[in-house]
Design a binder for this molecule. Sequence first.
Ligand SMILES: *Cc1c(COP(=O)(O)O)cnc(C)c1O
Length: 418
Amino acid sequence: MSKKTFPLSRERLEELIRTYPTPFHLYDERTILGNLHAFQNAFAWAPKYREQFAVKALPNPRIVQLLHEAGAGTDNSSIAELLISDAAGVKGSEILLTSNDTPADEFQKAIELGATINLDDITHLDFLKRVAGLPEVLCFRYNPGDLMEGNAIIGKPTEAKYGLTRDQLFEGYRRAKEMGVRRFGLHTMVASNERRPEAFRFTAQLLFSLAIELKKRCGIHVEFVNIGGGFGIPYRPEEEPLDLPAIGDSIHKLYDEMMVPEGLGDVHMMTECGRAITGNAGWLVSTVLHEKDTYKHYIGLDSCMANLMRPAMYGAYHHITIAGKENEPCDHVYDITGSLCENNDKFAIDRKLPKIDIGDRVIIHDTGAHGSAMGFNYNGKLWCAELLLQTDGSVELIRRAQTVEDYFATLRFPGSIM
Ligand SMILES: *Cc1c(COP(=O)(O)O)cnc(C)c1O
């Protein structure tokens, strides 16, 4: 079981809404740091373990800053994310670029920042050298193909556009070495919201055997093994959280059995989680605007799928509570909708909830990763604000709400009619 709570009392929430009108995402610093520490503890056995927070999950510089201050680096997949990392104080090799179909300017920015570059394809080696030069530390992303099954979000590895095949991987390291690169890492990312602990052990095992083979066949002693992100969280209250200490222990055992005897006992371990760090630390807070009874009972919010697209995009479950009605019986059935002119703009379908009234504050749980981050402006819907509840109890605005003026900004240029 995972208990679904909200960190503010009803009174405190109403007070906050007087300053920051709904909708907004609220993030809890204490939960975020607790999640990071849980990873750091689970991998405390590993030389120089580092979590490379996947910026795409929650691309806000304040969040990245507080994670960095607590020992995390970042994993980035665009120029904007690289700039967020830089602004948040993440520097040099703490920055990892894991992109695909990469444009030249992304490679150039990564080289300029001294980032470690993780290549998605063998052809990118020559491209990178030509457009930006080679980095100090180079890594390749392995796609294990049919050695793994994959899941609904990320798909089967054989159908996934990411990474190099096994043969290409060896060829890539060999060529990079010939081109003068001296320091290497090894990476894969094959999971998304994975909740089977043995999946991570299996990933580590694949990478450890590759690291050993790279040493034997190519004389390459990788500096780090990055087992990727994709650690799942319990979106449903009846689901259990991952047992991170057990996952850490099982990978530790493998490391001692496989890596240490081969002289690879100094290889650093990395993860690059997004969801498992910020997912359960975010809530989308909205107000009920309308109640509508037709063939179904609808509750219409002042937010929409532009603020949280996961239910519409993946059919994902997000738990919902009504502020002040946490202990009332869930004896009503509603579709909870936004205002977008798309019928999939529903946060929940046929959800059992307490009786809802206009003006109620609806709290959608677990929106801290891939929530605001996946925002979009279709239908002219705007991004909402992001707030950070700090460990001292104060609340800080970390992204203001987008305005119509922001939305029109790209339509205003000399000669435009706006
Ligand atoms: C999205 C992504 C992550 C983070 O995934 P989570 O499921 O949020 O942990 C990590 N690495 C890469 C390369 C990604 O694309």
